[in-house]
Design a protein around this ligand. Sequence first.
Ligand code: GDP
Ligand code: MG
Length: 243
Amino acid sequence: MPDVSIVIPVYNEEGILREAVTELLDGLAAVRSALHAPDLTFEVIIAENGSRDRTAELAQHLAQEMHEVRTFSTGEPNYGKALRRGILEAHGTFVICEEIDLCDLDFQRRALAHLQHGDCDMVVGSKAMKGSHDQRPLLRRVATKVINGMLHVALDFRGTDTHGLKAFHRATLLPVVEACVIDRDLFSSELVIRAGREGMHVLEIPINLHEKRPPAINLVKRVPNVLRGLAKLTYVIRFGGKP
Ligand SMILES: Nc1nc2c(ncn2[C@@H]2O[C@H](COP(=O)(O)OP(=O)(O)O)[C@@H](O)[C@H]2O)c(=O)[nH]1
Ligand SMILES: [Mg+2]
């Protein structure tokens, strides 16, 4: 079994997939050495669904070429569903949830150091806390703050970010992952919020966010889905109902 599973949901990423995965695997040597853990083993799980380009086929090729890489493809585009399945299929003691346009080795190194020291159960890479540096356009930075503000009001969430990079001890978080019912964009938020509410120690650390490419899906088009997800999330967490 690997020590660390890196789960990466991907959708229509043929342009950067091979380069990003190759760079990630090359970079892991530096993570091992910074952690003084030369034998630390990794697996990379590419969680694809619904891509209309050659992403699924490219992911298959990568899995055949590189023994650390596994992949699966399922139905319609759904970030949360793909990430959830990737986490459930992970074998590592620790799981890192990545994004193909980030593959942030610095976050991975710092998060693993915290987890190995037993400082916390989950590390969240925040792009909105003091010390972080978010290089995305203003509108997307504002969107992050708005979603966070809504989570604060609706669910009493006290952190600064729920969407994006995360790392955790797999066995500890597994019951929380299994309890999650929201898919799409808000799955990430549900996972972080549930973990906190179940008394787990969630530690936020600042990240330097630099995307390898702008997102394919227009921010405005995501709004209805995110609002629906927020309403569902509030309902299931506040009232324990079915989504
Ligand atoms: N499997 C899957 N992955 C997705 C989907 N939408 C986005 N992703 C992946 O999620 C990660 C982040 O997506 P991105 O478009 O950068 O949105 P951002 O999180 O707002 O920056 C990337 O690795 C994408 O390929 C989806 O519908 N299904
Ligand atoms: Mg992105």
